[in-house]
Design a protein around this ligand. Structure first.
Ligand code: NAP
Length: 283
């Protein structure tokens, strides 16, 4: 079994970005990410802090709009509008989830597709469907980069993606399809899920259930990607894959933490750099 280290691969990605950012700075081009967060959700604040730290590392400017929980939807939309118009801002990220009184869809739709570094806007989602995109959603893009780093050839392989969320499962399936895998998307209503997983060469688990994928569910030699970030009863972090069991059978596996998580942030940096290049007509 080989461990796929998101820590190592994300470091390589961030160092590539840092170098390119330096080259842009030499041409007087600055890269700037605006991060909007509403409310006090501690996990969201940790994510935002990590994203700001990554910006600092690669040499981007970052500006944070930390708004109180009771911020009105209109007020948030106004801020997004200003950021859309602000030529110094290349990327806009609105940390999800938003408080219940704010319509997430409206907010996602309000972000200019040209600054939508999360790639959640319907225009960018549609572009992914037709395989002609500027931005890829960060977690699936990070997973593709992790798989590439192993040299594993996805072409013609059977891939099971467990989960069909807009953020992970659906775009993930589309990217694997574009790389010529035969993709099965499983979800909570899937029948005979164990059989489907057992037949897969590649298993990507984005379920949100601690250690959902057990050792006896996977094929010998499968490549296993664990997207889950869950807390066990004892407070310890764990994924959607039972690492101890599955690592005995997998050819490649990602750990949690240190697998997909760090890649998500690195890909956000990549999208922001791409946005800056697009805004400055650099190909
Ligand atoms: P989500 O929106 O809750 O989606 C979970 C998916 O799993 C749904 O499609 C659901 O099916 C399916 N599911 C639930 N129970 C199932 C079962 N018993 N059998 C088969 N499928 C089942 O979650 P998400 O946003 O995609 O995130 C998934 C996990 O990845 C979470 O642990 C999240 O924290 C983590 N995550 C990590 C990163 C990262 O950077 N590492 C980024 C995003 C998410 P239905 O559609 O039928 O309900």
């Amino acid at each position: 079994m080989k461990l796929i280290s998101g820590k190592e691969v994300s470091q390589i990605v961030k160092d590539e970005i840092k170098k390119e950012t330096q080259q842009l700075l030499e041409k007087q081009i600055k890269v700037k990410l605006a991060v909007v967060i509403v409310g006090d959700d501690p996990a969201s604040h940790i994510y935002v802090r990590n994203k700001k730290k990554a910006c600092e590392y690669v040499g981007f400017e970052s500006v944070e709009y930390a708004l109180p929980e009771d911020t009105a939807e209109d007020e948030l939309l106004e801020i997004i509008d200003k950021l859309n118009e602000d030529e110094t801002v290349n990327g806009i990220l609105c940390q999800l989830p938003l408080p219940k009184h704010i319509d997430e869809k409206k907010v996602i739709n309000a972000i200019s597709p040209l600054k939508d570094v999360d790639a959640f806007h319907p225009v960018n989602v549609g572009k992914i469907m037709i395989g002609d995109y500027d931005f890829l959603p960060c977690t699936p893009a990070g997973i593709m980069r992790l798989i590439e780093s192993t040299g594993y050839d996805v072409n013609g392989k059977d891939c099971v993606v467990i989960g069909r969320s807009n953020i992970v499962g659906k775009p993930m399936s589309m990217l694997m399809l574009q790389k010529n895998a035969t993709v099965t998307i499983c979800h909570s209503r899937t029948s005979n899920i164990n059989e489907k997983i057992k037949n897969a060469d590649i298993v990507i688990a984005a379920v949100g259930i601690p250690e959902f994928v057990k050792g006896d569910m996977v094929k010998d030699g499968a490549l296993v990607i664990d997207v889950g970030i869950n807390r066990k009863e004892d407070g310890k972090l764990c994924g959607d894959v039972d690492f101890d069991e599955v690592s005995k059978k997998a050819s490649y596996i990602t750990p949690v933490p240190g697998g997909v998580g760090p890649m998500t942030i690195a890909m956000l940096m990549q999208n922001t750099l791409k946005a800056a290049k697009l805004h400055n007509n650099i190909t």
